[in-house]
Write a protein of this length. Structure first.
Length: 533
């Protein structure tokens, strides 16, 4: 019967092996087809879909591994070292240095197994010596590695007997990591490629401000409304200029300090609304800054030219004055990660940095002519590095484990210092400019952020967002500025305050929430979302 000519058509799919090798895939022709098939096969195996992976190898005609490498696997497990080295010698396009190193690994395993099986037998020791002289030495690999093997021959005390199968599997792993990818693919290659693509999409999105996973189903793009830019609350409980504001590490509290000689602890509600928890009275001078303990149970406040006060966050009670018996004036302080000690910087009458416990007892002191005025301090989250701003224009980083230090000079006066959440980066405020440095000093020059106004006053900036992707700062023009950290471009300017914005803080647990403190006596709470009615 007639059926339009379709009844006799062969519907068997054309085998992928019929495709011309080297044909490119993708809209831009950037993907080599054989490579693409190989990484898919590897991924199927790693996911446990062994039948599907084997079927794809068969249908495509593309093997996961080089046939020669596949033949190498049983030879290694069987300990057939001559045959293993022969296979390595026949691998195509293998750099000679890599070929020699691979042969060295094989013969080293043969050598060590002979030593492990000697039991004091001269014949086996002689065989091991022959392997060392005739097989290993001529390869021309690093002589130190050869000498290390020779020392094992002299003293069998260093030889550790291990399960043969475990040793040989370890050799296979070493060979797999050594050989180039056209012979043996690196592990989880497709997963790595997809992760890199997602990271690149996230990095290219200047408004990305979420901890939610990025979908594979569509290209990633965030709306500008992801960035905190809408005022939801204005806090006016302070009676004078508000100089400092900082969220707790868990994001559940906010602390502020003011020229009115008080500090306030606020509670952050589930709805992002902030309510007053405690007013901290006790200072006789303006309170210049606050510092949360890493466990968020304690708060330090510093009055201008006054003692440090330690407060219980839950009760609002003052536990003690940390430097009550000292005549020095504390200019800055920071917590160590165990929440059991702090470091303080003094500028009057003697310049020094000292650590103390929560009873105020000094533990360690840095001082002397080489230590000028200390204006700002920070400790990295791992407790290893102490970062200090000294002499107005010099950053000094102490490695507390190694006892070494690094100096980073700036050209202008530094007014504030802030660390990223991971402690790898720091930002410093200068006149009309913010500089970003790596704490390990590996940056030859800083990234620079411009646009805000800072000439007369101390302005404090902060990191914000997932992976500290953003930088925010106050400004003398009464606005808040937000930059994308990698691109160094302003992405948001937030108007609303009536005069200088002294300090900003980005909620570390709620990336869509920001607080700003101003000379207009108010604190503004900003959240992500449309500013349109």
């Amino acid at each position: 019967m007639e059926d339009g000519g379709n009844s006799d058509r062969d519907t068997t799919p054309e085998p992928a092996s019929a495709v011309v090798p080297g044909k490119k895939l993708g809209k831009r022709g950037l993907i080599e087809r054989t490579e693409f098939v190989r990484v898919i096969i590897q991924c199927l195996y790693s996911l446990g879909y062994r039948k599907s992976a084997a079927a794809l190898e068969s249908e495509s005609g593309v093997p996961l591994d080089s046939p020669l490498f596949s033949s190498l696997l049983p030879l290694v497990i069987a300990g057939q070292w001559e045959d293993c080295v022969d296979i390595i010698g026949r691998l195509e396009d293998l750099p000679e240095e890599t070929r020699a190193t691979a042969a060295f690994l094989v013969w080293s395993e043969s050598f060590m197994e002979l030593l492990n099986s000697t039991g004091g037998e001269d014949g086996t020791l002689s065989s091991a010596l022959n392997v060392l002289r005739q097989r290993i030495s001529p390869l021309g690999v690093d002589r130190r590695r050869v000498h290390k093997l020779a020392r094992c021959l002299v003293s069998l005390d260093g030889v550790v007997s291990e399960n043969l199968v475990r040793r040989r599997v370890g050799l296979l792993v070493e060979l797999s990591e050594l050989l180039p990818p056209w012979i043996r693919l690196p592990g989880q290659r497709l997963e790595h490629l997809v992760e890199m693509a997602l990271l690149e999409q996230r990095a290219s999105c200047i408004y990305h401000n979420s901890t939610e996973p990025i979908s594979l189903y569509e290209d990633h793009k965030c709306d500008p409304d992801q960035i905190p830019s809408r005022t939801v609350q204005i806090l006016n409980d302070h009676k004078n200029e508000v100089w400092f504001v900082q969220f707790s590490n868990n994001g559940e509290f906010l602390a502020s300090s003011s020229k009115d000689c008080t500090a306030i602890i606020w509670t952050v509600g589930e709805d992002d609304m902030v309510s007053l928890k405690h007013v901290l009275d006790g200072h006789c001078q303006p309170v210049s800054f606050v510092a949360w303990s890493p466990d968020d149970t304690l708060l330090i406040t510093c009055g201008k030219g006054e003692v440090l006060r330690l407060w219980d966050v839950e009760t609002g009670a003052c536990r003690c004055a940390l430097n009550d018996s000292s005549a020095c004036v504390i200019s800055s302080c920071a917590w160590f990660p165990d929440s059991k000690k702090v470091v303080c910087g003094s500028s009057e009458p003697e310049n020094c940095i000292y650590t103390c416990d929560l009873q105020g007892r000094e533990l360690k002191v840095w001082k002397g002519e080489r230590l000028p005025k200390v204006s700002s301090l920070a400790v990295t989250p791992d407790g290893r590095h102490l970062v200090s701003v000294v002499s107005d224009d010099l950053i000094r980083i102490y490695d507390l484990e190694e006892g070494t230090e690094l100096a980073i000079p700036e050209e202008h006066t530094i007014t504030s210092l802030s660390l990223s959440v991971d402690g790898q980066f720091m930002i410093v405020n200068l006149n009309n400019e913010i500089h970003l440095w790596k704490v390990d000093g590996s940056l030859a020059a800083p990234s620079k952020y411009r646009g805000h106004k800072q000439v007369k006053y101390v302005i404090r900036s902060c990191f914000g967002g997932p992976a500290s992707s953003f930088i925010a700062s106050g400004s003398e023009d009464s606005q808040v500025y937000i930059w994308h950290r990698e691109r160094c471009v302003v992405i948001k300017v937030l108007p609303g305050h009536a005069t200088t914005v002294n300090c900003v803080s980005w909620n570390p647990a709620r990336p869509r929430m920001l607080a700003s403190a101003s000379d207009d006596h108010t604190i503004r709470i900003w959240v992500a979302g449309s500013t349109r009615p």
